[in-house]
Design a protein around this ligand. Structure first.
Ligand SMILES: NC(=O)c1ccc[n+]([C@@H]2O[C@H](COP(=O)([O-])OP(=O)(O)OC[C@H]3O[C@@H](n4cnc5c(N)ncnc54)[C@H](O)[C@@H]3O)[C@@H](O)[C@H]2O)c1
Ligand SMILES: CC(C)[C@H](C(=O)O)[C@@H](O)C(=O)O
Ligand SMILES: [Mg+2]
Length: 361
């Protein structure tokens, strides 16, 4: 039976980059026998404009019925004056929460062809291959109480709550240890246990979980140091485990080591391996509509969908090889362009990747 993918292009560059990923999917269907059906739905600002909510019931229903979700990006200045509860980002956060996508995998891999595009020197960054595991449905993003209130002095104060239960920490720690076991058996847990009780508990629960994974070498690092170490000597890391907020920040930072934020895909999984797949970047309002966004993160997110939800390693490998070949042939969107390469549009990059796939056995 064919698999069903819910496609949510979203806002800004979302529709442009998703269109290129769908071209790749079409090629997999026509040339390599991948049996999937797709159905589109609205999310974010596009959904708000059409329906008055960034997270329509219909979208949630479709995503629940689908085997996997492919998302572009949400948000943009057009919707920023809106009340927080109806901001486009609520659509994305709502989906993550409703589908219980607690495990977010963000691989930061430097393609050898992009060593020059990295912000770091070749010897520090060549061969970089880090997996950031970010907790995605808890922490300060979702903790209650939250809001803006008037304090005793009569002024407004904003407040959010950083809270993690033991079970929430344990389940993401297990994911991280399992991933470490399949890689190089090295895990660094990132926290701020020197200041925050919540992340002190995080560290304790990670240490307890480690007892079931004695082969994994576990280390801990404070998040401020981790940010610094990422740009000083990133290859010291293999698997990094962290909470929702720290993972958001560290993954944008790691993206630049791979040449551009336009290179980093992600998988957000529930406990059964059902997932939503999206680039880690946003709707890039500054370049939206110009046809210059890098679609690679979205195309690689489709690859992660094949690998993790559909267990189709052959076609996941096919996508990754095609991306490498398009880069080898010097195709570059503006964000990764350097001298002696060919500057291309979003559509050109999609075409180059599809062309590389067709050229494969
Ligand atoms: N997952 C998501 O949907 C997601 C993620 C991050 C931010 N956002 C939202 O996107 C909006 C814009 O946020 P922002 O500007 O802080 O972050 P952003 O990631 O959208 O953009 C940051 C910078 O990176 C560049 N960039 C991003 N993706 C690119 C790509 N594929 N190719 C080339 N350049 C790219 C942009 O042009 C911009 O200069 C906000 O509303 C934010 O909330 C959404
Ligand atoms: C848009 C926003 C809610 C989102 C996050 O903070 O999780 C984004 O920055 C991301 O990294 O996916
Ligand atoms: Mg982010």
């Amino acid at each position: 039976m064919s698999k069903k993918i819910a496609v949510l292009p979203g806002d800004g560059i979302g529709p442009e980059i998703v269109a290129e990923a769908l071209k790749v999917l079409d090629c997999l269907r026509s040339d390599f026998g991948v049996d999937v059906e797709i159905e589109h739905a609205l999310i974010g600002g596009a959904a708000y404009d059409a329906t008055g909510t960034p997270f329509p019931e219909e979208t949630l229903k479709l995503c629940r019925q689908a085997d996997a979700v492919l998302l572009g990006a949400v948000g943009g200045p057009k919707w920023e004056p809106l009340d927080y509860s109806v901001r486009p980002e609520r659509g994305l956060l709502g989906l993550r929460a409703e589908l219980e996508l607690f495990a977010n995998l963000r691989p930061a891999i430097l393609y050898p062809q992009l060593v020059d595009a990295s912000t770091l020197k070749a010897d520090v960054v060549s061969g970089l291959d880090i997996m950031i595991i970010r907790e995605l449905t808890g922490g300060i993003y979702f903790g209650k109480p939250r809001g803006v209130r008037t304090n005793d002095a009569g002024e407004r104060e904003g407040y959010n709550t950083l809270v993690y239960s033991e079970s929430e920490i344990r389940r993401i720690a297990k994911v991280a240890f399992d991933v470490a076991m399949k890689r190089n058996k090295r895990l660094c847990s990132i926290d701020k246990a020197n200041v925050l009780e919540c992340t002190e508990l995080w560290r304790q629960v990670v240490v307890e979980t480690h007892k079931d994974y004695p082969e994994v070498e576990l280390s801990h690092m404070y998040v401020d140091n981790a940010a610094m170490q990422l740009v000083r000597n990133p290859k010291q890391f293999d698997v990094m485990l962290t909470d929702n907020m720290f993972g958001d920040i560290l993954s944008d930072c790691a993206a630049m080591l791979t040449g551009s934020i336009g290179m980093l895909p992600s998988a957000s999984m529930d406990k059964n391996g059902k997932g939503m797949y999206e680039p880690i970047h946003g709707s890039a309002p500054d370049i939206a509509g110009k046809g210059i966004a890098n679609p690679i993160a979205t195309i690689l997110s489709l690859g992660m969908m094949l690998r993790y939800t559909f267990n189709d390693t052959v076609n996941a490998d096919r996508i990754e090889k095609a991306v490498a070949q398009a880069l080898e042939e010097d195709h570059r969107t503006a964000d990764i362009y350097s001298e002696h390469t060919i500057k291309c549009s979003t559509v050109d990059m999609g075409n180059a990747i599809v062309g590389a796939m067709r050229g494969q056995e």
